[in-house]
Every structure is written in structure tokens, then in C-alpha cells.
Design a protein around this ligand. Structure first.
Ligand code: BG6
Ligand code: MG
Length: 216
């Protein structure tokens, strides 16, 4: 029986995925190459340091750890600049309705994001109180596709993985949920998120009842 819903943040609750992409693209451009939207799919849900390693490998660059720390900080500064004007208006369509259904159904909720900026974003959009547990990039040692971020969320809520549903827009995030032993709802394209148990374009096109029926 399902007792908890675990939500990714970037690309599920709020469209910060585009800002991560813009900031990484700017960094790649300054280094003399470009990253496509398709390449960016593989960066979604991946930690800041792992993303930088993938980008540098893509551009055929090998840099010192010192330089990499500097570039990661630069990307984050640009990202923070892009998200600084965000407000509750940026919450994705369907999220508010879906969360009121979640409360009605008496389900527990946790955030499972590898972003170290997750608490800041939640404050900006006024959704900190929507989650009983918040697992972010500062609380984990391994990013997605490792299941740690979700297994920690389940543990903090006091539920087992089999009692959880994960909502994810990233290939790495879907894999993390599956490896954690959870039912995974992929939000995006069925081609990209083929590993998910159920795929929908966004939370707007789902109801809690549809999800619970699909799990049973
Ligand atoms: C994930 C994003 O939520 O967080 C990734 O999908 C991002 O694109 C990762 O790299 C880490 O985020 P941050 O904010 O700690 O750099
Ligand atoms: Mg995401």
C-alpha cells in the first residue's frame, strides 16, 4: 500500500531545469564548445560536480581540480542570478491542485533533490512547508542515479521503499527511484523516460487517484 509520494524539484515542481541548462551552456560556450538540449537530458538530476565532469569530457577538456572548483562556482553564480527573480508564479501548472489531492488522500510527502540550492528554491516559491522531509544535495553523498536521495527520504518519513511513489523528470532520477525499489512516475516524454512505471507529460495531466490505481 502506498503511503508516501517523493518529489524531485527541478523540472517537477518548478522549471529550474531550463536555468541549469542555460548556465551550463554559457559555461561550455566560454570554454569554446556547445551543449545540445539532447546532451542536457543526461545532465538532469546529476550533481553539480558530476555534471561538470560530463560537460568537460564532452568538450574534450581535462582540467585541474582547482580550475574545476572555480568553474562549478561560476556556473552556480549564473544559476543563482537566473533564479533570483523566481516566485510562487513559477510553480509548474498542476502542482497546487495535485498537492491538495495528496493532502486529502493523507499521503506523506518528501522532496528528493540532489541540488544544494533546493531549500533556497523552496523558500522562493513558498513551498517549504509542503514537504514533511526535505533531502537535498547537502544531505547525500551520492547523486542520482544512486537511490540514496530517495531511500533517505523514505527513511525520514518512516516508510518502506515499496510504500513510495517517486515523481521524476530526469533519466537519472527515474533510474534512482527504480534502483531504490519504488514505483516511478516519469514526467516528460515516454521515449526519454522509458524506464518509468508510468509516464505523463506533467503533474497537470495526473490525479492522485490515477497514480494510486496504476500502482495497485
Ligand atoms: C538537480 C538538477 O536537481 O540538481 C541538476 O536536475 C543539477 O541539473 C543538480 O546539476 C545539482 O544542483 P545544484 O543546484 O546543487 O548545482
Ligand atoms: Mg529534475
Amino acid at each position: 500500500q502506498i503511503k508516501a509520494f517523493l518529489f524531485d524539484l527541478d523540472g517537477v515542481i518548478v522549471d529550474t531545469a531550463i536555468y541549469h541548462y542555460q548556465a551550463w551552456k554559457r559555461l561550455a560556450n566560454e570554454l569554446g564548445f556547445d551543449i545540445s538540449e539532447e546532451f542536457n537530458e543526461g545532465l538532469k538530476g546529476v550533481s553539480r560536480t558530476d555534471s561538470l565532469d560530463l560537460i568537460l569530457a564532452h568538450g574534450g577538456l581535462t582540467l585541474s581540480d582547482e580550475k574545476k572548483t572555480e568553474l562549478a562556482a561560476q556556473k552556480n553564480d549564473w544559476y543563482l542570478e537566473l533564479v533570483s527573480r523566481m516566485s510562487s508564479n513559477d510553480i509548474l501548472p498542476g502542482v497546487a491542485t495535485f498537492f491538495s489531492q495528496v493532502r486529502q488522500a493523507g499521503l506523506k510527502t518528501a522532496l528528493g533533490s540532489v541540488s544544494k540550492n533546493a531549500p533556497l528554491i523552496l523558500e522562493r516559491i513558498g513551498m517549504t512547508d509542503a514537504f514533511e522531509a526535505i533531502i537535498d544535495g547537502t544531505k547525500i553523498s551520492k547523486g542520482k542515479p544512486d537511490p540514496e536521495v530517495f531511500t533517505k527520504g523514505a527513511a525520514e518519513l518512516g516508510v518502506s521503499p515499496a510504500e513510495c511513489v517517486v515523481f521524476e523528470d530526469a533519466v537519472a532520477g527515474v533510474e534512482a527511484g527504480k534502483r531504490g525499489g519504488m514505483f516511478v512516475v516519469g514526467l516528460g516524454s515516454p521515449d526519454t523516460l522509458a524506464q518509468a512505471d508510468l509516464v505523463a507529460p506533467s503533474l497537470e495531466s495526473l490525479t492522485v487517484e490515477t497514480v494510486l490505481t496504476a500502482c495497485s
